[in-house]
Design a protein around this ligand. Structure first.
Ligand SMILES: Nc1nc2c(ncn2[C@@H]2O[C@H](COP(=O)(O)OP(=O)(O)O)[C@@H](O)[C@H]2O)c(=O)[nH]1
Ligand code: SF4
Ligand SMILES: [Mg+2]
Length: 401
């Protein structure tokens, strides 16, 4: 059975003060000794994460964090890591040591506006009066006595809450094209393609065509002209961003064009912010710094795009001296002050919540952001076609023909 990729799983993160029992509950829920449990405050230093099946909900990623109350210098850096986790959490468990409840800390956590369940650990140690008053004040909270008697109830409650989250994972193409549309997917099999398989966005978009009763044909750039000729009418060509320039030339102007990474960005939300960000490329000035955000550290796939192709093309297109800083995986700069533009990769390894939080954060800081796919579309002269298609103008245009 193919494992659900982490980027498609709901992320559940465990927060709370040090020694509240976060790692104990993380181990109980995951059924393994993944996190170190200790009476020593600050034992969990880096977040620990584990992909698991939460029955009856489905596949999730559970993340244990270091705690939100450490005042030491080392503690500050741990807290920063904990806060970074908040960006990608779809849901949280806030663990409280019920014998030492700190309402101010909980209220501060609530300001993050993360959907969560409040879990009172060490419930068995409470006197009856305190237990009664906590239960009265927090009716939706979950008491946790110990692993043996409380884990199943907590799992069930968590599954129930996750099932309530609205699913924003809408279709890639189903709302852009009608049933029966003909879509050609251009997938270069070059040295960067993984041996013997397709990459995630290719598989997802092919599947989306099938789900929406479209007719999908796959080919490499060399066969694109021939593939187009074989159909009476082709509605859309979806290309790997690397091949934008060639595919743009081969595809007649009557056929819509987009790329895998643009469709992924749209499905993960925030497309309008990215479209705005890409329009600021023409305003770049000498000495501007550009923040490059790569969702994973990889050996070769895409590395060249972010490290070589985009910088070279951007310098050539703008004629400006530009500097590039790189952050990969879930790393993200503390300050955005020195940047003129951010370019996020397609983000196939990052979950939707992380991408949306990043983009919202950059927006609030006034930093325009675009992504690799849009950037390559602009730099290869194909952007206007892509934009028209995304904005739905394409349907009217083809209907009028
Ligand atoms: N008595 C009691 N001790 C607990 C319970 N849960 C955790 N502890 C203890 O509290 C300490 C801190 O637990 P840990 O899970 O490492 O807390 P974290 O810092 O929030 O990850 C450890 O010594 C645990 O054994 C509980 O339900 N009852
Ligand atoms: S799109 Fe981003 S996350 Fe996906 S493989 Fe490329 S660099 Fe990694
Ligand atoms: Mg811990």
């Amino acid at each position: 059975m193919e494992k659900t990729p982490n980027s498609m799983r709901r992320h559940v993160a465990i927060f709370g003060k040090t020694n509240a029992g976060k790692s104990t509950i993380f181990n109980a829920l995951t059924g393994q000794q993944n996190a170190i449990v200790s009476p020593q405050a600050g034992t969990t230093t880096d977040p620990v994460q584990k992909a698991m099946e939460l029955i009856p909900f489905g596949p999730i990623v559970m993340i244990d964090t270091a705690g939100l109350s450490d005042e030491t210098a080392l503690g500050q850096s741990r807290m920063q890591k904990t806060k970074n986790i908040m960006r990608r959490a779809d849901f949280a468990l806030y663990i409280v040591d019920a014998t030492d409840y700190d309402s101010a800390a909980y209220e501060e956590f609530c300001q993050q506006k993360l959907l969560h369940l409040l879990v009172f650990n060490k419930w068995g140690l409470l006197d009856e009066k305190t237990a009664f008053s906590l239960k009265e004040s927090y009716s939706n909270s979950v008491p946790f006595i110990d692993e043996t008697s409380s884990t199943d109830a907590l799992r069930e409650k968590l599954a129930e809450e996750l099932a309530k989250l609205s699913s924003e994972r809408s279709t890639f193409l189903g709302d852009l094209l009608p049933k029966g549309s003909v879509v050609i997917l251009v997938m270069p099999v070059d040295s960067e393609a993984p041996k013997g398989r397709l990459i995630l966005p290719q598989v997802q978009i092919l599947r989306d065509c099938l789900d929406n009763n479209m007719i999908a044909a796959c080919c490499q750039v060399e066969e694109l002209a021939e593939t187009i000729r074989r159909f009476d009418k082709v509605d859309l060509v979806v290309t790997d961003s690397q091949a934008f320039a060639a595919v743009n030339q081969i595809t007649p102007p009557t056929i819509a064009l987009t790329s895998f990474s643009i469709l992924v960005a749209r499905q993960k939300g925030s497309i309008s912010e990215l479209v705005y960000g890409s329009s600021t490329i023409e305003n770049l000035k000498d000495g501007d710094r550009i923040l490059m955000l790569e969702g994973c550290t990889h050996n070769s796939t895409h590395e060249d795009i972010g490290r070589v192709k985009i910088p070279n093309l951007l310098r050539k297109k703008t004629g400006k001296k530009l500097d590039f800083d790189y952050f990969s995986g879930y790393q993200f700069p503390d300050s955005l002050d020195n940047y003129a533009l951010a370019i996020q990769c397609g983000g196939c390894m990052l979950n939707e919540t992380e991408i949306k939080s990043r983009i919202r954060h950059m927006n609030e800081a006034g930093l325009p952001v675009t992504n690799y796919g849009m950037c390559l579309a602009i730099l290869s002269g194909a952007w206007n076609r892509c934009k028209n298609f995304l904005e739905g103008e394409w349907n009217e245009h083809s209907a009028n023909e």
